[in-house]
Design a protein around this ligand. Structure first.
Ligand code: NAD
Length: 281
C-alpha cells in the first residue's frame, strides 16, 4: 500500500516512520523544504538509534528508510491508497488541502486527518466524496505512543472505520473508535488536566516544577502538565484549547488561559522554540 503523509512536522515525520516501518511505501510532503529535509534526517537518525540499540537490524533500518519518498509535489500522490494529513491545525487550510488532494488521488483512496480538535465532519464537508473521509488521531511521538483514535464522521461510509481500525492495528498500534466530538477522548480529558494545572499556578498554590513533580513522582503520570505542554508546543496546544472551547459552545470548563495565550503570542512554543513554561536554552 502506498500512503501519502502531508505535513512533515512533529507528527507527520513520526507518522511517516510508523507506516514505513509497517512496510508501506510513504510519500511525505511538506510545503517547507527545510521542514521536509529535517524530517528525513530525523527519521533516519531515529531508525539508526533503534538499530544501535538492537531493536531492529541495520538492514531493516535501511529498508524502512528506503520506503520513504520526500516530496514537495502533490502530483506524486496519484498512486496513494491512503492520504493522512498532519499540517497546521486550521480548518480552512485543511479543507483547501483536501480539495486539491482529492483531484489527484484515485477514487478509492481513503482521506484522513490527524487533527487534534477540529470536527472530522467539517473537514470532510470540503470533499466531493466525504464518505471516504475519516479521522486517524495519533499521539506524540507517534512511533512510541500506542494509542490511536479512529474517528468516523457522520459522512463516513459504513465499514470504513473498522477497515481503518484493522489497518492501524496491523501497524502495531492500539486503535480505539471514538465519536466525532470536540477533542475526541484524550484531548477532551486533557483540556482540564492542563487547564487546572495552569489555574493552580495562576492562583499561586504551587509553582510549575512542584506541580510537575507531584504528578510524575507521586501521581504516576509520565510527564507533568507543564513539561507536556512544552513538549507538544503551545502553538498546537493553545489552538486545540481554543478550538475545543469554541466547539463546546464556550462551556467555561474548557476556557483557555491568558498565561498560555501570552506564551503562544510571544512565540514561546516550548521545546521547539527553546522556551515555553520552562527554558531549554
Ligand atoms: P508542526 O507545526 O510540527 O508541523 C506542521 C507541518 O505542516 C509544518 O512542517 C508545515 O510546514 C506543514 N504545513 C503547514 N501547512 C501546510 C500545507 N498547506 N501543505 C503542506 N504542508 C503544510 O505541527 P504538528 O505538531 O506536527 O501537528 C500537525 C497536526 O497534528 C495538527 O493538526 C495537530 O493538531 C495534530 N496533532 C499534533 C499533536 C502534537 O502533540 N503535536 C498530536 C496529535 C495531533
Amino acid at each position: 500500500m502506498t500512503i501519502g503523509i502531508i505535513g512533515s512536522g512533529a507528527m507527520g515525520a513520526g507518522l511517516a516512520q510508523v507506516v514505513a516501518t509497517a512496510g508501506h511505501t510513504v510519500r511525505l510532503l511538506d510545503q517547507n523544504a527545510e521542514a521536509l529535509q529535517r524530517a528525513g534526517a530525523g527519521i533516519q537518525s531515529s531508525l539508526n538509534k533503534l538499530a544501535e540499540k538492537g531493536k531492529i537490524t541495520a538492514d531493516a533500518a535501511a529498508e524502512t528508510f528506503g520506503r520513504l519518498r520526500l516530496t514537495q509535489d502533490v502530483g506524486t500522490f496519484n498512486d496513494c491508497e491512503l492520504v493522512l494529513e498532519a499540517i497546521v491545525e486550521d480548518l480552512s487550510v485543511k479543507q483547501q488541502l483536501f480539495r486539491e488532494v482529492e483531484m489527484l488521488v484515485p477514487d478509492t483512496c481513503i482521506l484522513a486527518s490527524n487533527t487534534s480538535s477540529l470536527s472530522i465532519a467539517s473537514i470532510a464537508a470540503a470533499c466531493k466524496k466525504p464518505e471516504r473521509f475519516i479521522g486517524i488521531h495519533f499521539f506524540n511521538p507517534a512511533p512510541v505512543m500506542q494509542l490511536v483514535e479512529v474517528i468516523p464522521a457522520v459522512q463516513t461510509r459504513a465499514g470504513l472505520a473498522e477497515e481503518v481500525r484493522d489497518l492501524v492495528h496491523s501497524w502495531g498500534k492500539r486503535p480505539v473508535l471514538a465519536k466525532d466530538t470536540p477533542g475526541f477522548i484524550v484531548n477532551r480529558v486533557a483540556r482540564p488536566f492542563y487547564g487546572e494545572a495552569i489555574r493552580i499556578l495562576e492562583e499561586g498554590l504551587a509553582d510549575m516544577a512542584t506541580i510537575d513533580w507531584a504528578l510524575t513522582e507521586l501521581g504516576g503520570f509520565r510527564m507533568g502538565p507543564f513539561a507536556l505542554m512544552d513538549f507538544i508546543g503551545h502553538d498546537v496546544n493553545y489552538r486545540v484549547t481554543e478550538s475545543v472551547f469554541a466547539s463546546f459552545f464556550y462551556d467555561p470548563r474548557f476556557k483557555p488561559s491568558f498565561t498560555q495565550k501570552r506564551l503562544f503570542e510571544a512565540g514561546y512554543y516550548g521545546r521547539k522554540s527553546g522556551r515555553g513554561f520552562y527554558s531549554y536554552a
